[in-house]
Design a protein around this ligand. Sequence first.
Ligand SMILES: NC(=O)c1ccc[n+]([C@@H]2O[C@H](COP(=O)([O-])OP(=O)(O)OC[C@H]3O[C@@H](n4cnc5c(N)ncnc54)[C@H](OP(=O)(O)O)[C@@H]3O)[C@@H](O)[C@H]2O)c1
Length: 303
Amino acid sequence: VGRVLVVGATGLVGGKVVDELLAEGAAVAALVRPTADPTPLRARGAEVRTGDLRDRGSLDRALDGVQAVVTTAYGYARRQPGDSLAAVDAAGNSNLIAAARRAGVRRLVFTSVLTADRAVSVPHFYQKARTEAELEASGVPFVALRPGGFVDTLLDASLPGIRRGVLRVPADPDAPASTILSDDVAWFLARAVSVPGIDGGRIDLGTERPTTLREVAATLSRVTGREVRVRPVPTLVRRVAFGAIGLFSPQMRDVMRAMAYVSSGQYVADVTRQREVFGRVPTLQDSVRRWARRAGLGDPVGA
Ligand SMILES: NC(=O)c1ccc[n+]([C@@H]2O[C@H](COP(=O)([O-])OP(=O)(O)OC[C@H]3O[C@@H](n4cnc5c(N)ncnc54)[C@H](OP(=O)(O)O)[C@@H]3O)[C@@H](O)[C@H]2O)c1
């Protein structure tokens, strides 16, 4: 494989991709913004290269001697002043594609999102499809992995409620939607660096089948041995409250659009290709069990 540059290495999934690649024995370089602390990545064995997707020159330097790139980075969460969908997800990814082309990388693994090309009502989902198209037009060998919602992110955010037996959900609890553990997303991204024959592919990532948030709560009840009931934010409250906040917060507006899309039942994965390429489709039960164990919530199923 050669040297792999991980863009987004200071984030949730990117950090796990670094660890997966290091465990496989790969030489890993991590792109780290000047504002982030590089010490933990260095301590784990990654080489640290300073750069920012908004700075094309920094990417040319970071890609020196690199054969493959995995990127999980995105700007629509606005982690820093100046981050935005336009500056990072659109222009920043264009910079990365141009730099990867110049460096002649053999594969760029892009973290997209489920059904990106159909999610026209959600700008930060649809931008992923635009970047996929730009990658295709650039001639840079690439593969796009399209994960469903990170079940651990949802459950982590609800942990205090879950301890009291309530899972608060921001979307329709009865709409089918695909989820996946972020650890598994990282596992697939790391493998996608070297699996042959997948160039140009868009591969959905999910658990064995789309499930509802009510089923996620039921699974949580089963694996922890204590009842967790789903409590949706009522649709009217969601519209009015999020709408009002959305007037002032573009980030909240994005979340609201994404939740409306997820509630529409279209956010579902076809895991056929995932199974063919990677030979692995995790189950919801196992994913929730791994989360519960980590959260210290017990493990009666399969204990
Ligand atoms: N959460 C979900 O349910 C879900 C579902 C499907 C797909 N996804 C996708 O999964 C991916 C990974 O998400 P995550 O949870 O790991 O995100 P995260 O924890 O928020 O990490 C984002 C990373 O992007 C980096 N970044 C942001 N702007 C940058 C820039 N201008 N230049 C260089 N790096 C920059 C951040 O660096 P700093 O530390 O310097 O800010 C950070 O390392 C995202 O692409 C997301 O769209 C998420």
